[in-house]
Design a protein around this ligand. Structure first.
Ligand SMILES: [Zn+2]
Length: 219
């Protein structure tokens, strides 16, 4: 153990000088009192730069393949189309890695936007509003609850995501009311399930909901 004769204190670990008076220490240093974390091998910035580099190489290579094959193959075009989303996805995952609920919610919203874009390319929406969007929203609600349960969150920590899910679920039913949905069943089921779930939260988890509201809105 090291010792500062000026402050008359013993110091554990291995210090170069006294932490109080910065003076010289006498005695033998010992192993550090706290565990030393191993240095992170790959920094976040480096990881992202590698991803962007791979992305650029893949995009350029696929363009080259398309050029030499007169775009005869299906795969290169698909890779060119989806690679930006994969890159965006990786960036989001790195940025929100500490908050999995936020990550899942944002990724799902992006997925819905992509689905809407792909379905709407010929000028009207069909399979996306009939099936993919309502089912995805139901899965998102289920996943949010499962993740909240696994990570032992209180309602106050994830109610904002549930509120967003409810808004999405109600918005997608507009396609039925505006008569744009070829198969309205799934869309209506999703809307009703979310209303029932919202009623359950409002009636049986009222106290937690009130705490959440006061936290987010100072009500
Ligand atoms: Zn000292």
């Amino acid at each position: 153990m090291q010792h500062c004769s000026k402050c008359n204190i013993d110091i554990r670990g291995n210090k170069s000088c006294c932490p109080l008076c910065q003076g010289n220490l006498i005695g033998e240093p010992e192993d550090p009192a706290f565990p030393v974390l191993p240095e992170r091998r790959l920094s976040r910035g480096m990881f992202l730069r590698i991803c962007v580099f791979i992305f650029i190489v893949v995009e350029l290579a696929m363009m080259l393949v398309n050029y030499f094959t007169d775009s005869r193959f299906y795969l290169p075009g698909m890779v060119i189309l989806w690679a930006p989303f994969v890159l965006l996805d990786i960036c989001l995952a790195v940025y929100f890695r500490s908050n999995i609920l936020k990550l899942v919610t944002i990724e799902t919203c992006l997925f819905l936007l992509v689905v809407l874009y792909l379905d709407g390319r010929d000028g009207r929406l069909s399979w996306s509003i009939a099936w993919v969007i309502p089912i995805t929203i139901l899965c998102l609600v289920l996943l949010t609850n499962i993740l909240a349960w696994i990570t032992r969150r209180r309602l106050v920590d994830y109610v904002v995501y549930l509120a967003l899910d409810t808004v999405l679920a109600l918005l997608q039913t507009l396609s039925v009311f505006y008569d744009r949905n070829p198969y309205p069943a799934m869309s209506l089921i999703t809307g009703v399930v979310m209303l029932i779930y919202a009623a359950y939260v409002g009636l049986f988890r009222y106290r937690e909901l009130k705490n959440a509201l006061s936290k987010y809105m100072n009500v």
